[in-house]
Design a protein around this ligand. Structure first.
Ligand code: 7TS
Length: 409
């Protein structure tokens, strides 16, 4: 499909912001939604809205079929062996917290180690800090190389026979680096540890195969991959999930309830207490259909091209610091930067006046900001609907920002 046709499918892009055509460069925070997803949500509420797994009426059956159909779409999308391994959650953060509590707190003891990296998002740091506090386990960090990437030698040196959990992001939301999670999973397994992959920034942009990666758990969010907010996925290998206890208890997840004892439904429902996120799951299913129609490889190629183009254009702007690896092949579609001494919030504000949306701040990665020796950065992130023209506008906006601030000081 032509990029013009793709953009037509995203109604939000067809508007002016501050008198300029919108240039949306903040898809790492959340992606925009195509008409197919918006219509799936609308049709669900207009035609099928009903609770799932209860009663026998027609709307209930339709809602249940659509909800469980979405689970099958997710299974196929990540190549899980069974829908029993696909649990719907609120998003990456909830998925990681569930693993931390249900697997981490339940299995770790003093002397055990949890291994993460300096580049993790707060939602893949704080749950493990809490697990360490509650169990007496030690939290260890794989160091970063000068360009922000991880070396397998450092991974091998940090992961030991005491390590029980390794939890790493597949793509950094700041450095754009793609981490070798498949190879690290192998090192984790050689040491008897489980491998958790934070797929928040990878699943929307590249083909993920959990069997090929051989990860034990994968967490991701629907809203970053053209789906609605409030829906995400926790994938786990069946033999691990079967041994884990639910974190939430209540309706939908039980088999039998007696006065003092209860039993749980089978997987995946034992982890889905209460009325599930029905519309969200159906919307995610529509997003997966859409991404499959365009093709994950096509999306990845498009973003690599944009990223390389942006890297070339931005690196010649005077006073520009770009963070992360220089080689476009090892990067995903985002560029994090600072320009001269202009505060990134000021950069984002001037760009916003030009209709250009970028993110500024610490990107929920304060340990990484400390490692980069900055308090904040600006970030432009790309998705299937972005064009080289968007990047040209960004470059022009940044030159304007520089001029504006050189006049001010
Ligand atoms: N992990 C990574 C790597 C992320 O980038 C994010 C969100 C999360 C976890 C949390 O996802 P959530 O859907 O549960 O909130 N990252 C960003 C970002 O870079 N800008 O805004 C949110």
């Amino acid at each position: 499909m032509d990029i013009k046709d793709i953009r037509q499918l995203f109604p939000i892009l067809n508007q002016e912001v501050n008198g300029q055509p919108l240039v949306y460069l903040d898809s790492s925070a959340t992606s925009q939604k195509p008409i197919q997803v918006i219509e799936a949500l609308e049709n669900y509420y207009r035609l099928d809205n009903s609770n799932v797994h209860r009663g026998v009426h027609t709307l209930g059956t339709r809602a249940t079929d659509a909800f469980e159909g979405a689970r099958e779409k997710v299974r196929k999308f990540i190549n899980a062996k069974s829908t029993q391994e696909v649990i719907f959650t609120r998003g990456t953060t909830t998925s990681l917290n569930t693993i931390a509590v249900s697997y981490g707190v339940a299995t770790l003891k003093e002397g055990d180690e949890i291994v993460i990296t300096y580049m993790e998002h707060h939602s893949n740091i704080i749950p493990w800090q809490q697990v360490a506090k509650r169990t007496g386990a030690t939290l260890k960090y794989i160091p970063l190389q000068e360009d922000g990437s991880i070396s397998l030698e450092d991974a091998r040196a940090t992961i030991t026979s005491n390590t029980k959990i390794v939890s790493i992001m597949q793509v950094s939301n700041v450095l754009g680096v793609i981490n070798p999670v498949k190879e690290i999973a192998k090192i984790a397994h050689e040491n008897g540890a489980v491998m958790v992959v934070d797929g928040a920034q990878s699943t929307p942009h590249m083909k993920i195969d959990v069997q090929d990666l051989d990860c034990d758990f994968l967490a991701f969010s629907g809203h970053k991959m053209c789906g609605p907010t409030g829906i995400g996925v926790l994938y786990g290998k069946k033999h691990l999930l079967e041994k884990m206890e639910p974190v939430e208890f209540g309706g939908e997840m039980i088999d039998f309830v007696q006065l003092y004892e209860s039993t749980w439904k089978e997987l995946p429902w034992k982890f889905e207490a209460g009325t599930p996120i029905i519309a969200g799951a159906i919307g995610l299913g529509a997003a997966i259909d859409f991404l499959n129609e365009i093709g994950l490889d096509t999306i990845a190629d498009h973003e690599h091209q944009l990223s390389a183009y942006a890297f070339d254009k931005l690196s010649v702007v005077e006073g520009m610091t770009i963070y992360g690896p220089k080689d476009p092949a090892s990067r995903a579609g985002l560029i994090t930067f600072n320009i001269d001494d202009v505060h990134p919030h000021d950069v984002a504000t001037v760009l916003d006046a030009e209709g250009i949306a970028v993110r500024a701040g610490h990107h929920c990665a304060q340990p990484l900001m400390k490692w980069l020796k900055v308090s904040a950065t600006a970030r432009a992130s790309f998705y299937l609907y972005n064009t080289e023209e968007d990047i040209d506008k960004l470059v022009r906006g940044l030159i304007k920002t520089k001029e504006y601030f050189s006049d001010v000081f």
